[in-house]
Ligand binder design. Structure first.
Ligand code: CP
Ligand code: NVA
Length: 305
């Protein structure tokens, strides 16, 4: 594998291989393969992060590499230097790059112009690292997703829901997304997705009834903080005790975090499911180490050597 840019472009077999590797790395943490020895990985972040930043910094170190954190505001990118020039500079100095930003196209351009292995650490379109960790959490807690219904209640066309829809397309599980009518995936996206196992409703109760996994995420993603009026549309879409009364008896609740208690999830619901939700956060580390291991040999052969 050369890059890890989206769930959309992965194959089911690659997802299964990454999850198997993540489980193994988790079980053997402390005796990790130093597969990134002598490698420097740039981490270019133009959006805030706690989990993604820390899990990548720790993961790169545990695999023997050196993480170089570059805040978008501190480098010339923040003053308008084009991504393609940033890419051509870093591509001559470091072995791989991890990018969190707005436009998916910027991550694609970085990968193309730098020539080095590139990982999408969240864009407006996708959050592939998170979905890998979520799938690992489902495997660990429910034994997998076969014959399970997975629900997502919230913004139907965010980075999280888009990545979930592509995961459902590749892996074949039933995914029901409940969103207000104005925040559902557009028809052209659904046509492109072409997955009969993904359905969209504006009824959150319909989505969670019989569901084994109930997912939610913030109503206002990073970059949308000034769209406060958007929140009004989500009244009735909170994951709380009343909503989950008819979900599967062994259901789990997932939240990629950070959570806004009292908005997309109630305080008691988050605390009730905290063990799984914080396991999900920890799994970011193991899932991303699996991605790094998968990219390590491509990174080793780049110009920085
Ligand atoms: N879930 C997630 O990506 O968290 P951060 O924004 O803290 O990295
Ligand atoms: N949809 C959220 C995910 C945060 C991890 C956002 O983009 O802000």
């Amino acid at each position: 594998m050369k890059h890890f840019l989206s769930i959309e472009e992965l194959k089911a077999a690659q997802i299964h291989e990454l999850l198997e590797s993540a489980s193994h790395l988790k079980a053997t943490r402390g005796s990790d393969p130093l597969i990134l020895r002598n490698q420097t990985w740039a981490m270019i972040f133009t959006k805030s992060s706690t989990r993604t930043r820390v899990s990548f910094e720790v993961g790169i170190r545990e695999l023997g590499g050196f993480p170089l954190f570059l805040s978008g505001n501190d480098i010339q990118l923040g003053r308008g230097e084009p991504i393609k020039d940033t890419a051509r500079v870093l591509g001559r100095m470091v072995h791989g790059a991890i990018i969190r930003t707005f436009a998916q196209q910027d991550v694609i351009d970085f990968a193309n112009y730098s020539g080095i292995s590139t990982i999408n650490a969240l864009t407006d379109d996708e959050h592939p690292c998170q979905i890998l960790a979520d799938l690992l959490t489902i495997q660990e807690t429910l034994g997998g997703w076969e014959n399970r219904k997975i629900a997502f209640v919230g913004d139907g066309f965010s980075n999280m829901t888009r990545s979930w829809m592509w995961a459902a397309k590749h892996l074949g599980f039933e995914l029901v997304i409940a969103s207000p009518p104005d925040f559902q995936p557009p028809a052209d996206f659904m046509l492109d997705l072409n997955a009969s196992n993904v359905t969209i409703t504006n009824n959150p109760l319909e989505a969670v009834t019989g569901a084994s996994v109930i997912n939610t995420d913030v109503w206002l993603s990073m970059g949308q903080e000034d769209q406060k009026q958007k929140e009004h549309a989500f009244a009735g879409y909170q994951v709380n005790t009343q909503l989950l009364a008819d979900s599967s008896p062994d259901h789990i609740v997932l939240h990629c975090l950070p959570a806004y208690r009292g908005k997309e999830i109630s305080e008691d619901m988050l605390e009730k499911h905290a063990d799984v939700i914080f396991r999900q956060a920890e799994n970011r580390l193991h899932a991303q180490k699996a991605v790094l291991v998968a990219l390590a040999s491509e990174a080793a052969s780049c110009v920085a050597n």
